[in-house]
Design a protein around this ligand. Structure first.
Ligand SMILES: Cc1ncc(COP(=O)(O)O)c(C=O)c1O
Length: 371
């Protein structure tokens, strides 16, 4: 018979792996002694959401007593049309982060490996640790994903490969051919996840958001590549938490089984639908980003700072040393400006600076000049 006194533990034990997790530290939004701060730390949209999206969310609040549509039917239909895929090839999440974590939950567990590059977005490793899977990191070259290094680290245990294109916190991207070479070099049983959180931004014709790879996989009934996208960045809806994934139905279906039933709130679905319909606002956002990133880039180059090429809405600024980066961060904070230290990503000599509104970028440049 079960004898509870024979159980040696004196308290509930969490799964191994969870103690390895360093909690994700979001960008701060307050500074002591400053009533108003300029936050350039979380890659939020400088122009905010489409006013139509805000109106739609507000209107949806009237039905706050009702559960949302758990299948996000209207939003999925609009997104499927937008990307030229079928509705059963698409699933929505509370931010793309939720879908990234669900992918790990569905495909990796203890003893499995989750492969990513050196400075990859933190959520991948947190999700893998939470499942007891092992994180494997491939070195980057000049803060850019190195396809050969990734392929070199594939083993029998590799289950998932995450590539953000463009990457965060680097902002760098790989081109169509490189992405295709990565997929072609991976065993068919390895699921390639192309994280397109910033895929709206690049204007390089060689850039690929992975859509063609997904379309080919679907056509060939291959189950091994998906794309994730978000409304948090270029659509300016980070606070409402809407992301989506599209790919072969064989990958979408298990995610539908394990996701929370009502994972995207009704105001969020309504806002995302309206935001998607307002492509003029998206175009304005992208034009602003290009203009301002060029202006910030030119200023930083003029002052002798190196920046990584950015296909996103932020710049990775390189300082001579980690101490200089820390000192610059402290100086900016004194001026009421919050940027993002990225030592946790193995880049202690860098700061990540989100492209803000014109006046906020001016304030950043003035403050950095005084440093
Ligand atoms: C590379 C990358 N992927 C995914 C996300 C998650 O975004 P969200 O959960 O808001 O869709 C982020 C957010 O910063 C990101 O930088």
């Amino acid at each position: 018979m079960f004898d509870v006194r024979a159980v040696p533990q004196t308290r509930p034990q969490m799964r191994p792996g969870i103690e390895r997790i360093t909690p994700y530290k979001p960008g701060e939004s307050q500074l002591p002694g400053h009533d108003r701060v300029i936050k350039l730390a979380s890659n939020e949209s400088a122009l905010g959401a489409s006013p139509r999206a805000i109106e739609a969310a507000q209107a949806a609040l009237a039905d706050a007593a009702l559960y949302p549509d758990g299948g996000c039917a209207a939003l999925r239909a609009a997104l499927a049309e937008h990307h030229g895929v079928a509705a059963d090839q698409l699933v929505c999440g509370a931010g793309s982060e939720q879908l990234l974590s669900l992918l790990v939950r569905a495909y990796a567990g203890p003893g499995d490996e989750v492969l990513q590059s050196q400075h990859a977005f933190m959520v991948y490793r947190i999700a893998a640790d939470a499942q007891g899977a092992h994180n494997v990191f491939a070195p980057e070259r000049d803060a850019r994903v190195d396809v050969d290094a990734l392929l070199d680290r594939v083993t029998e245990k590799t289950r998932l490969v995450f590539v953000a294109n463009p990457g965060n916190p680097t902002g760098t991207w790989i081109g169509r051919r490189a992405l295709r070479r990565l997929r072609a070099g991976l065993p068919a049983r390895v699921l390639l996840v192309i994280d397109g959180a910033y895929a709206d931004y690049p204007d390089d014709p060689e850039f690929s958001d992975g859509h063609d790879l997904v379309a080919e996989a679907i056509a060939a009934q291959a189950d091994n590549v998906v794309v994730t996208r978000t409304f948090s960045k270029a659509y300016g809806l980070a606070g409402l938490r809407v992301g989506y994934l599209y790919g072969p139905p064989s990958v979408v279906e298990p995610l539908n089984r394990i996701r929370e039933v009502f994972n995207v709130t009704a105001p969020s679905q309504a806002a995302a639908l309206a935001a998607l319909a307002d492509q003029a606002h998206l175009a304005q956002t992208l034009a602003h980003n290009r203009r301002e990133i060029d202006r910030l880039g030119a200023f930083l180059a003029d002052r002798g700072y190196k920046t990584s090429p950015s296909g996103a809405n932020f710049l990775l600024v390189h300082f001579d040393t980690a101490e200089r980066a820390q000192a610059a961060d402290a100086h900016l904070r004194e001026q009421g400006i919050i940027v993002r230290p990225v030592a946790g990503y193995g880049l202690p000599q860098c700061l990540r600076v989100t492209v803000g509104a014109e006046a906020d970028n001016d304030a950043f440049m003035t403050a950095l000049d005084a440093f």
